[in-house]
Design a protein around this ligand. Structure first.
Ligand code: GLC
Length: 751
């Protein structure tokens, strides 16, 4: 009976739709009572296998407006849209651009299915925010959500439905240019940041101000050997489950609409065709309901990996693993019809994948109104608004990390009325941005030079270039800087790397401060003036060499549109720096990977103490130059009275951890109170510290606050090699402090 009813319903449905056919080919789903799944079922019934393959095909876009629509260069792509062979474009942006090609899809293809438009909005679309690594140093999850919401608001006003963000790869290797896209070395924190960013980007995906997130790169891309881009990855299952997978799991739990395959292999199988990752973990264990998109060409690159013999084999292996949309390798649109005909891929498998993509096109409301995101008036009103820039300033200043401040040289004193501002990066706006500048425009940004002028007036700033863009310098440049320094009360030297060396395909084997900049600092030091060093970089560099060449060191990262105003607010004390680094700063490149949650080994070297026959280097310390969670303020904080509510708890109970924090300085300030644990004995060795909580608090000068955390058995758990959650009785140490090294300690037993 049920079957008859269903068949009748479908006939009714087809009849309804045929009757309501609008002027376009788009199935008339306006004001329908049908569920999204019913509409998907109807579409799938009417689509050819070639059209289904088209929905799984994402092409790199181009210019599609005006004559370009008929431009021979683009003609092929436009014809593919007419033939129903394109489900999505990346890198087509703008209300006008997207509308133009959407009209071709909706009015000139047989099924009239709308296109999804995607773009890498990694830290802002037009208003550019601090790079994610810098933003994460604010430890302000709400702010990160707000930043992402603004990125989504601008993107969605520019015709976009989807961004390839957040990147949630955990990495402990600053030689890898992509550390700038993540949230640092800690898995627990990385998961919370991922969830905040997804929430900001997506909202509930029920309005035109939010866009789909795409969590990447699944999985363990941050573990590339030697920090070399696109390199081999070989991690144990224990590391995979405990260090790398949890940030993706947190993203799935946060409702991420899509996931992107990574380029690398896991267990020797490329992630794009890895059924353990895509089918077993993502879908079966985590219940992921969205769709999976490849990274650029990664389906076709299965051949380079030596995992597929040709494009057709690559398409088959990728799809059979559960991966779905093919970004730019075109192997699916080319070979899927034949693979189905030969029975190598079932129509059910195809429909499952295509259905998920159609689901999001319905969810975004594109069938009701394919142009709802392509509204030029909204685009003009929303992009780069003063309100958006004000938020970007707030985000930027709270991302800055004060690493050193001898003699309280900062904040700048009123008496320091003459400033020698030295270094190309103080003025060069191009070098203030990384690879992922999206549709931001460097010339719209505020340079450090402009920011200081805005704050202190032009008369107090004397600029000298100091070095060239190619990191060379000259006697002339150095003498000019020294002359300026001799006439100043304080030197502000901007050094580091061009932001252009941050992002994809920007691995560096040498992350020391460039020799020319060291030469410049040595010359400046001879003037005897206090030197405030600002570091412009998308990664933690090795700052060991500038320890003796600086009075203060401010890690400015890559801060985006409002760089100059944010730096000026921090240097003048208008904003008391509160950032804490989320990646360790290596003492030397040879020390990499160096991270706080390391393992004790069989022979831990005492710190300090005799390291003979212990795990150590003969030439450098084991410790990083600056540890995870470290950052100074213009005030000071004291920790006391660490207390636990119990000395032992059962697995069904929790323990409260409380500590007093006092602002012992003269300035109001913010402090990130961090909670760590250590599982002293377990069936799998556990790190010497694990972050399990943090609270960013405001304290007025002299004020004290009691800060409380709760630890439950879940916080004490870990995964075994099979991904099973383990909770074991035993002794745990608890640490609380303002970074991962200087902490108060107590302990308790889990029964
Ligand atoms: C790149 C990156 C990925 C990005 C994609 C689209 O190769 O690996 O992060 O989202 O291609 O630009």
């Amino acid at each position: 009976m049920k079957k008859v009813l269903l068949v009748f319903q479908l006939f009714l449905l087809v009849g309804l739709i045929t009757a309501q056919k609008s002027s376009t080919n788009l199935p008339a789903y306006k004001n329908t009572q049908l569920s999204i799944n019913q509409r998907i079922a109807d579409l799938l019934k009417r689509m050819t296998i070639q059209e289904k393959a088209g929905q799984l095909n994402q092409l790199n876009g181009g210019v599609f407006t005006g004559p370009a629509l008929n431009d021979p260069g683009q003609k092929g792509k436009v014809q593919m849209v007419r033939d129903g062979k394109v489900g999505s474009f990346l890198n087509v942006t703008g209300a006008k651009e997207t509308r133009a090609i959407q009209e071709v899809a909706v009015k000139e293809s047989r099924m009239g299915i709308p296109i999804l438009f995607a773009f890498d909005v990694i830290h802002g679309y037009k208003t550019i925010f601090p790079i994610p690594l810098a933003e994460a140093c604010s430890w302000d999850l709400k702010q990160m959500e707000i930043n992402s919401a603004i990125s989504a608001k601008e993107s969605s006003a520019a015709g976009l439905h989807w961004t390839f963000a957040p990147m949630v790869d955990i990495s402990t290797d600053p030689r890898w240019g992509r550390v700038m896209e993540g949230a640092g070395e800690d898995t627990y924190y990385g998961g919370l940041v991922a969830a905040a960013r997804i929430k900001g980007l997506q909202g509930n995906l029920d309005d035109a101000a939010h866009i789909m997130a795409c969590v990447k790169h699944f999985a363990a891309y941050g573990a590339v050997e030697a920090g070399r881009e696109y390199n081999h990855v070989d991690v144990s299952r224990v590391a995979l489950w405990n260090k790398y997978l949890p940030t993706y799991k947190a993203s799935v739990d946060a409702g991420a609409a899509t996931i992107m395959n990574s380029f690398n292999v896991v267990d020797g199988i490329p992630a794009s065709a890895n059924s353990f990752l895509v089918d077993d973990v993502l879908k079966k264990r985590w219940g992921f309901k969205g769709f999976v998109v490849s990274d650029w060409g990664s389906f076709g690159e299965l051949i380079n990996h030596g995992y597929a013999t040709d494009d057709k084999d690559a398409a088959m292996k990728a799809l059979l693993s559960g991966s779905m949309m093919d970004m730019e390798s075109k192997v699916v649109v080319e070979h899927l019809p034949a693979l189905v005909k030969e029975g190598k891929i079932t129509m059910q498998q195809v429909d499952e994948a295509v259905g998920k993509i159609l689901y999001y096109k319905f969810k975004l409301g594109l069938f009701e109104d394919p142009y709802k995101f392509s509204d030029e008036a909204r685009e003009k009103a929303v992009l780069f608004s003063p309100e958006n820039r004000a938020v970007a300033l707030k985000a930027a200043q709270s991302s800055i990390v004060l690493l050193k401040n001898n003699n309280q040289v900062l904040p700048l004193k009123k008496s320091a009325s003459k400033i020698a501002l030295v270094g190309l990066y103080a003025k060069s706006k191009e070098d203030m941005f990384d690879f992922w500048i999206a549709n931001g425009d460097a010339k719209d940004a505020v340079s450090i030079y402009e920011g200081l002028q805005n704050k202190l007036g032009a008369g107090s700033i004397d600029y000298s270039q100091g070095y060239n863009a190619d990191n060379t310098t000259s006697e002339t440049l150095i003498n000019e800087a020294v002359k300026s320094a001799n006439n100043a009360d304080v030197v502000i030297a901007t050094i580091g790397l061009s932001g252009k060396l941050g992002g994809e395909e920007r691995s560096l084997a040498n992350i020391n401060i460039p020799e020319a900049q060291i030469q410049l600092l040595k010359a400046l030091q001879k003037t005897g003036k206090p030197i405030v060093v600002l570091v412009n970089s998308g990664r933690p560099m090795v700052l060991t060499q500038i320890q003796d060449l600086s009075t203060a060191i401010v890690q400015c990262w890559i801060l985006g549109t409002e760089t100059g105003n944010a730096v000026a607010n921090v240097l003048t004390g208008a904003y008391n720096p509160s950032g804490k680094t989320v990646m360790s700063f290596p003492y030397a490149v040879g020390q990499i990977p160096v991270y706080y949650n390391h393992f004790n080994t069989n022979r831990p070297a005492p710190d300090p103490g005799d390291g003979a026959w212990k795990s150590r280097y003969r030439d450098i310390p084991n410790q990083p130059l600056y540890p995870f969670g470290y950052g100074l303020s213009y005030t000071t904080f004291a920790y006391s009275g660490l207390k636990l509510s119990a000395s032992a708890i059962a697995k069904t109970e929790s323990v409260k951890v409380s500590v007093n924090v006092t602002n012992t300085g003269k300035m109001d300030g913010e402090e990130v109170v961090q909670l760590y644990i250590r599982d002293l004995t377990a069936s799998i060795v556990r790190p010497v510290k694990e972050l399990k909580g943090f609270q960013k608090i405001n304290l007025k000068a002299g004020e004290s606050k009691s800060v409380e955390f709760t630890l439950s058995a879940k916080d004490l758990s870990f995964y075994d090699a099979n991904g099973k959650t383990i909770v074991e009785a035993g002794k745990f140490n608890v640490f609380v402090g303002g970074d991962s090294k200087n902490t108060l300690m107590s302990s308790f037993d889990l029964k």
